[in-house]
Design a binder for this molecule. Structure first.
Ligand code: FEO
Ligand code: CA
Ligand code: CA
Length: 737
């Protein structure tokens, strides 16, 4: 990863927002011996024939305590090219890149010659949600043996422009890109919906199901809804009235609405757009400020060079430069980038219904979208993070109050219109006393209406340029907010903050920030015995308890539930949660509470600890905000003066309440999680195995850094493939208990 430009790790917040004045001489936590081992006794490796769980269908059960303990033996860290689960569990591959979604689509050859990705699983499986079906094919909240998986396909494994595993010879690494390669690459992005079914004890996809569909980066008629619909900022040659967009892109985290639709977050879309080196002068308006804030300075190269593949506007749309002569952008794609970066609502049960990009929920590098507990008669709240270094945490509060009848509406997506197009958008400010404020992003806030750096025209402008509005009100710069999820037991909201290489004791420039109470650690981590990673390389998990107004609250209490660290790291400054060898992890990303068991599942997307272990998934039984203690971290500046940062550390989990459950294949990220309503079948995604393979080695599979899942007996070929796996407990019980 280090030698590549990482388009997933973008950084463009140079605002001068408050951070606490702190510093220090970084304390090196040197790695001693490698902890953990490979293929230890008492674990089960994925591959070969799988036992499955009990075939007995059980109706949905309420959130259950698990007797306060996790009921499995932790797995060791692993560097093996396989998926490791605890003894007594079975994992099987269910749905991988290229798998057919129609009866007529040929099996995946996995040699770079496959085409027709509009009818196949896309790449880089990410967030995922379950939608049950009963025996007659009607939506069901209780079915445990038939359903739909709605799966995000975030991106591709690429180097030098090309998604090289998709092309026979690795593809073209110079401009212009061949149209045939670009057509494949645009089609593997987006979302898939696939029917799955349990026959006997084995789960399988239903390739011929009429429920199956794909949305790609080119799908037509994605409706732009909410305050920005029809706004001048959204007008393009494709939609001269600014009401629709083509496709969805870089789909990362997910959410599920209380009315039964799928939410997908568009994350690192900015990197897909090209801007000419003279575009600032061509525009000569405030859009230059907005483009820069969203990571597209003039002269920016695009991730794949899709704009170079021909004159058809399915290619030229990726050129975000002002090329036309119109005043409103209706004759070019200068505004195309403004049609990406949203939470998109999709009815997984109905491929005919147009998807909706919900502009009211703001535009940024969206991860998941988690609802606070719905309460009849009160507004709904949707929590969201913006995953870039130093970006913010947001909340949308609906104008409409929750009505119980909407839990099972006749028309799901129009129900979404009533909750997600009208409401208020807030951004979080974390204070040093363990409290925090939700600040509304509204034209009536003088900090926004009087913001010198950018003149907001209206609420639509705030929705499209949420980052600038959040800058204006002084929101807290976070250590890359990834997924969020709501604790089913008490309604508290958890956020993963994956890492931040820009956290510094003494910031040297405006893209860096000093440690503050909610992002309190600055330290160094040694990788491979030599390279030093500074800032907050291991990340943390923060949680918030809303004030008495619940979903509509404008203040909250917070603490840090868990700090990522190596178990050998300094206990007083780095390993603040006292993690053991069975618990240590780095770079939390995916985060999902199981409604069935109450277990919180933490998934990692890491580059800091990967010399010791592949990415992993842990199970946790957290307590509540305030169950730990205040902790003061002291940092020494270069001039030897000391500054202190107060933070709030959740109660250390102890052996029974946090355990490593799974370790993934080589160079993969663990992400996405959903379960059947009985908690007995779990689906997760293994994303981008082998991502550090060199494009130059495409002809030599022995040099691929992973050959999973082919090496686990799934499918043809040795090229690594992102895939959904299914996990069951051999005794038929609930996962993790
Ligand atoms: Fe797609 Fe921020 O992970
Ligand atoms: Ca993520
Ligand atoms: Ca990630």
């Amino acid at each position: 990863m280090t030698e590549k430009i990482d388009f997933n790790d973008e950084n463009s917040n140079t605002s001068n927002n408050p951070s606490f004045d702190s510093v220090l001489q970084a304390r090196l936590s040197r790695r001693g011996v490698l902890l953990g081992g490979v293929g230890s006794v008492g674990t089960a490796m994925l591959g070969g024939a799988g036992l499955a769980a009990s075939g007995v269908a059980v109706a949905a059960q309420p959130a259950a305590s698990t007797a306060g303990k996790l009921g499995f033996k932790a797995v060791a860290k692993s560097l093996a090219d396989t998926v490791v689960v605890p003894a007594g569990y079975t994992a099987s591959v269910l749905y991988a890149l290229g798998d057919p979604l129609t009866a007529g689509t040929p099996a995946y050859k996995n040699d770079g010659t496959d085409t027709d990705y509009e009818h196949r699983a896309g790449d880089h499986h990410d967030g995922m949600e379950w939608f049950g079906l009963d025996k007659s094919g009607k939506p069901s909240l209780s079915s445990v043996d038939r359903g739909l998986l709605a799966v995000n396909h975030e991106a591709t494994t690429d180097e030098k422009l090309s998604s090289f595993f998709l092309h026979a010879n690795g593809g073209a690494s110079t401009l212009p890109r061949p149209a045939a390669e670009v057509d494949k690459e645009t089609a593997i992005h987006g979302v898939s919906v696939v029917e799955i079914k349990k026959a006997g004890k084995k789960w399988a996809t239903v390739p011929a199901s009429s429920f199956n569909f794909r949305l790609t980066a080119l799908s037509d008629n994605m409706q732009l809804t909410g305050p920005a619909r029809g706004n001048a900022l959204l007008k393009t040659k494709h939609s001269t009235d600014g009401t629709k967009s083509r496709g969805t892109l870089n789909n990362c985290g997910t959410g599920k609405t209380p009315w039964g639709t799928f939410l997908t977050g568009e994350e690192n879309w900015a990197g897909y757009f090209f801007r000419s080196a003279t575009d600032d002068a061509a525009r000569a308006d405030k859009s230059v400020v907005a483009l820069k804030r969203y990571g597209r300075s003039q002269g920016a190269a695009s991730r794949h060079g899709w704009e170079s593949a021909g004159s058809d506007d399915k290619y030229t749309r990726w050129n975000n430069s002002k090329l036309g002569t119109s005043t409103d952008g209706s004759d070019d794609y200068r505004n195309e980038m403004n049609t990406f970066g949203y939470i998109v609502e999709i009815d997984a049960y109905d491929k005919i219904k147009a998807a909706r990009k919900r502009t009211a929920l703001g535009r940024f590098a969206h991860e998941s979208a988690a609802f606070g507990k719905p309460v009849v008669g009160q507004p709904l709240a949707v929590y969201m993070g913006d995953d870039s270094r130093g970006e913010y945490i947001y909340k949308f509060v609906s104008a409409k109050s929750w009505a119980a009848a909407d839990a099972n509406p006749a028309d799901r997506i129009t129900t979404g219109d009533t909750y997600l197009d009208t409401g208020k958008l807030f951004v979080a400010k974390f204070n040093s006393d363990g409290k925090g404020d939700w600040i509304e992003l509204s034209t009536s806030n003088p900090l926004i209406s009087g913001y010198a750096a950018y003149a907001f025209a209206d609420q639509a402008d705030i929705c499209v340029n949420s980052r600038l509005a959040a800058d204006a009100v002084g929101a807290t710069k976070m250590d890359r907010p990834e997924w969020c999820s709501t604790n089913v037991a008490n309604g508290e909201i958890y956020f993963t903050l994956t890492n931040n290489s820009n956290r510094r004791i003494e910031p040297a420039n405006s893209s860096q920030a000093a440690p503050d109470s909610a992002n309190p650690r600055v330290y160094s981590d040694i990788k491979n015995g030599s390279s030093t990673q500074t800032g907050n390389p291991n990340g943390h998990v923060l949680r918030m308890k809303e004030g008495t107004a619940g979903n509509a609250a404008t203040s909250f209490n917070w603490d840090v539930y868990l700090f990522g660290a190596e178990s050998s790291a300094a206990p007083g400054t780095v390993n603040l949660s006292s993690l053991t060898d069975d618990q240590d992890f780095s770079s939390p990303d995916g985060l999902v509470f199981s409604p069935s068991t109450g277990i919180m599942w933490i998934q990692t997307d890491d580059g800091a600890f990967t010399d010791v272990s592949n990415c992993m998934m842990l199970a946790a039984l957290p307590g509540s905000v305030g169950d730990g203690a205040k902790k003061t971290l002291s940092y020494t500046k270069a001039d030897k003066t000391t500054v202190s940062v107060d933070t709030y550390v959740g109660k250390a989990p102890g052996d029974d309440k946090l355990k490593r459950f799974l370790v993934g294949a080589k160079d993969s990220e663990i992400t996405g999680l959903c379960e059947t309503p009985d908690g007995k079948t779990m689906f997760i995604n293994i994303q981008h195995p082998g991502e550090n393979t060199k494009m130059a080695d495409i002809a030599d599979p022995s040099k691929y850094t992973s050959q999973w899942p082919g090496n686990a007996g799934y499918g043809a070929g040795k090229r690594p493939r992102s895939a959904t796996i299914v996990i069951t407990k051999n005794d038929g019980g609930k996962i993790g208990t």
